[in-house]
Design a protein around this ligand. Structure first.
Ligand SMILES: Cc1ncc(COP(=O)(O)O)c(C=O)c1O
Length: 358
């Protein structure tokens, strides 16, 4: 068996040690006499995993005490509907930054529940100057996607929306770098990038924002109810939670967010440097001020070369480098589990490929 370097955007690569640990506990978790997948979510053993996981996440990310931590089903896109459902009981005015495919879809889903004002509509490659933003100072919340996974565009800073609670879809950026949670009202991330596997979404919410849900909100998706029930109103996705726990332990072992931030800066710096020094053989279409630090899209001179590039890269163990079908080209996603050596190998392959086919 050869494990490749998986540059896919998600479900993403996991550290081998995490997979090994899961394998070693597959038949029996500790002395439970059963696997984690067969263990009741209300057993003392599982509840202890959950409690400890929350404590570790609070320490790792720096989640203040006045925030609740929820583990919810429904993926990232589930939150596109659940955020407006949970936030617009008293005020239907909401602000959306549209900077790519994901925030555009979130704005679209929100229209069913709220009056959506578009603060700014970016091209897929840049963000308009903040002097042009149309923020409402009486909105129920302002929503944005810090890192657009598909087009590879990111906000360099957290946008200042005054007293309006800021909601962030941090699915592809949470845990990639240090972040000040106190600047947010809500922050959510589906787990399948930096937090393990698909099936659970981490949602961090400031306590005073609970209890704003419209009456139609299903109980299992109601933030206030799930906060009261410690995310266990119904059966929590136990295996994805367990995998998140293993990922969190692994990130702590890496030295936590300060160390991870440094490694990630080096990784992405090497890749952009390779693209920028290729004399136009590879191009990243994003305004340099707004380049993603996680998902790096790039194009080659033509489709024939692109297909050859993808095929030859796969042969040397550099896989899933194809861009999203909506934007085409190639894309390398550099989540935490992608080791620096994987990026070094990619960069070296890209240099050689360009030299040969220029
Ligand atoms: C930024 C962002 N938001 C939302 C989603 C959708 O997540 P899900 O497939 O879990 O609904 C993705 C998936 O890649 C994403 O990258």
């Amino acid at each position: 068996m050869t494990r490749a370097y998986n540059f896919g955007a998600g479900p993403a690569m996991l550290p081998e040690s995490v997979l090994e640990k899961a394998r070693s506990q597959m038949l029996e978790f500790d002395d439970a006499g059963t696997s984690i997948m067969e263990l009741g979510h209300r057993t003392a053993m599982f509840q202890e995993i959950l409690l400890k996981l929350e404590a570790k996440l609070r320490a790792l990310i720096g989640i203040p005490a006045n925030y609740k931590v929820l583990f919810l089903p429904g993926g990232g896109q589930g939150q596109f509907s659940l955020v407006p459902m949970n936030m617009t009981k008293h005020n239907k005015k909401v602000d959306y930054f549209v900077t790519g495919i994901w925030s555009e879809r979130a704005a679209k889903f929100a229209r069913r529940y709220a009056n959506v004002n578009i603060v700014t509509e970016a091209s897929l490659s840049s963000i308009p100057d903040r002097s042009t933003w149309k923020l409402q100072n009486d909105a129920a919340y302002a929503y944005y996607c810090p890192n657009e996974t598909i087009n590879g565009l990111a906000f360099p800073d957290i946008p200042d929306c005054g007293n309006v609670p800021l909601v962030a879809d941090a699915t592809s950026s949470l845990l990639s770098e240090n972040i000040d949670i106190s600047k947010f009202g809500i922050l959510f991330a589906a787990a399948q990038k930096n937090l393990g596997i698909a099936g659970v979404t981490l949602l961090i919410i400031r306590e005073d924002l609970l209890n704003n849900s419209i009456d139609e909100t299903p109980e299992v998706f109601n933030y206030a109810i799930q906060a009261k029930e410690n995310s266990c109103l119904n059966t929590i996705p136990t295996f994805p939670v367990y995998m998140m726990d293993l990922m969190v332990d692994w990130m702590i072992d890496q030295g936590g967010l300060p160390a991870i931030t440094e490694i990630n800066k080096r990784k992405v710096g090497k890749l952009y440097q390779c693209i920028d020094s290729s004399n136009g053989f590879y191009t990243n279409p994003i305004d340099k001020r707004y380049r993603s630090q996680v998902n790096v899209p790039f194009t080659l001179p033509d489709d024939k070369l692109l297909n050859l590039f993808l095929a030859e890269a796969a042969k040397v163990g550099l896989r899933y480098l194809n861009g999203h079908k909506l934007v085409g080209g190639a894309r390398a996603s550099l989540y935490n589990a992608m080791p620096e050596i994987g990026v070094d190998k990619l960069v070296s392959f890209m240099h050689d490929f360009a030299k040969k086919h220029r």
